[in-house]
Design a protein around this ligand. Structure first.
Ligand SMILES: NC(=O)c1ccc[n+]([C@@H]2O[C@H](COP(=O)([O-])OP(=O)(O)OC[C@H]3O[C@@H](n4cnc5c(N)ncnc54)[C@H](O)[C@@H]3O)[C@@H](O)[C@H]2O)c1
Ligand SMILES: N[C@@H](CCO)C(=O)O
Ligand code: NA
Length: 444
């Protein structure tokens, strides 16, 4: 069989990894795919840099549309990023009957419904293993390996930049800004690092996992998104004293009335494997009714780890390219005559309906009766307390301090109830600063 022809749009960090790994492991990859896989055209705005990567034998152009217009190209890999030109190019490639491989989680989380529908109508594949947790084959695990299961929940460390920042802050006591700059230097951070630190990148990824796990449309706009920029060194330290680590988790869960979809810093018991995932590494825990708890760990970013996932998608497509479109692996794991028929109508729940437990930190006046007032409000609202820790005033504000920190761990509570009781506690004259609230996930 003749080699399958691939056009590569954007040869930056990930694109050059794809080119290098494909060249290095060519024979083995071809044997696995059952046919050769050849990158025959590359497009990048920086033609000279692209030529320096691919050499003289491969055609390099600066106009990505020249690749889409080439009838010999079977698969287009989109590694430009963003929602703008990438969306237009992906839709044009689909319209031209080409399969698409992309690492662009932002694009799929926001425009996935449109893109998957266009691909289904045209009978082409859109594969995106690299978009979620980079090199970890989590899309395959959810879509294929766990397909017998009713998935109950997924919780993942799916942003390397923020995990790197939290790890370095905890273990080395380094400042947020210093560690962020290092993550950018190492190539983990997005072009716009606010996407990493504000939780948006993790929300893009968990939105995609949620769609695959529960068969719902991709609905990034319904995700609750909170990043790590408001976390203080004090909370990282107190969490540790209580037997927890703080991780930025992407969580999606099947609840009674719908699906939870949320990203926020979470306290995780230190003894859990996922609490010990350090640096830029990623990990995803999936709980299925038959298999129980499974854990996937590895590099979620970087040139070759991400390329590993892109090439796995190329191999899948090379194997399935000739199959009847209806018998290919479906984009979102659920199969029906049309994409819309395959989708479940379970709603994504508003954050106020989410039930979880909480870590609260209150900076209070160090005087009699404060603790009783605070716990009284919690009791009135029906919030059950798991543990209370009161710091010595001297330890918090220095010798002779009149302020102290009160740390409260609660049992499961509805978020809407917690919002109301936090507002009441905040209004107490003895509560001296904005209350810190971090959700707590036992993950068992
Ligand atoms: N870097 C990672 O570790 C990583 C991991 C997983 C997913 N991703 C995703 O992969 C994609 C690529 O990321 P990257 O880190 O390789 O980015 P990058 O900035 O290193 O590379 C993008 C390349 O696209 C080129 N480009 C920009 N506009 C273009 C256009 N109109 N036509 C042709 N080329 C154009 C740029 O010149 C650049 O070479 C993004 O969607 C990103 O979110 C990256
Ligand atoms: N910026 C992302 C890259 C991988 O998607 C991260 O830090 O994990
Ligand atoms: Na992946």
């Amino acid at each position: 069989m003749k080699p399958i022809q691939v056009g590569l749009l954007g040869i930056g960090t990930v694109g050059s990894g794809v080119f290098n790994v494909l060249a290095r492991n060519q024979d083995e990859i071809s044997r696995r795919a059952g046919r050769g896989i050849e990158i025959t055209m590359v497009a990048d705005l920086d033609v000279e840099r692209a030529k320096a990567v691919v050499g003289a034998d491969i055609q390099v152009v600066n106009d990505a549309r020249a690749i889409i217009a080439n009838p010999d190209i079977d698969i287009v890999i989109e590694l430009i990023g963003g929602y703008g030109i990438a969306r237009a190019l992906v839709l044009e490639a689909i319209a031209a009957g080409k399969h698409v491989v992309t690492a662009n989680k932002a694009l799929l989380a926001v425009h996935g419904t449109e893109i998957f529908a266009a691909a289904s109508a045209k009978g082409v594949m859109v594969a995106f293993e690299a978009a979620v947790a980079g090199g970890i084959p989590i899309i395959k695990a959810l879509r294929e390996g766990l397909t017998a299961n009713r998935i109950q929940w997924i919780a993942g460390i799916i942003n390397g930049t923020t995990n790197f920042i939290l790890s370095e802050m905890r273990s080395k006591g380094l400042d947020f800004d210093v560690v962020l700059r290092e993550a950018q230097r190492l190539g983990y951070a997005e072009a716009d690092p606010t996407f990493d630190i504000e939780g948006v990148d993790a929300a893009h990824k968990v939105t995609l996992m949620s769609a695959i796990a529960f068969g719902i449309p991709v609905q990034f706009d319904k995700a609750y998104v909170e990043g790590i920029t408001k976390l203080g060194a004090a909370d990282i330290k107190y969490a540790e004293q209580l037997g927890y680590r703080i991780k930025l988790l992407g969580i999606t869960k099947r609840a009674d009335k719908g699906i939870e979809l949320r990203v926020h810093p979470s306290l995780v018991p230190s003894k859990r494997l996922i609490a010990n995932v350090e640096g830029a590494m990623n990990a995803v825990v999936v709980q299925g009714d038959a298999v129980g708890t499974t854990l996937y760990y590895g590099k979620g970013a970087g040139s070759e780890p991400t390329a590993s996932a892109v090439i796995a998608d190329l191999v899948d497509i090379a194997r399935l390219h000739t199959a009847d479109p209806e018998h290919r692996v479906p984009h979102l794991a659920f199969q029906a005559n049309t994409l819309a028929d395959a989708m479940d109508t379970l709603p994504v729940l508003p954050m106020s309906e989410v039930v979880t437990s909480y870590y609260l930190r209150l900076r209070v006046a160090d005087q009699a009766g404060v603790l009783a007032k605070v716990t009284g409000l919690l009791a009135e609202a029906g919030v059950s307390i798991d543990a209370v820790l009161q710091r010595e005033a001297d330890e918090v504000g220095g010798e002779g301090s009149t302020q102290t920190d009160l740390i409260i761990l609660t049992h499961d509570t509805r978020e809407g109830t917690m919002d109301a009781v936090i507002a009441q506690m905040q209004a107490l004259p003895t509560v001296l600063a904005p209350i810190t609230r971090i959700r707590k996930e036992e993950l068992n």
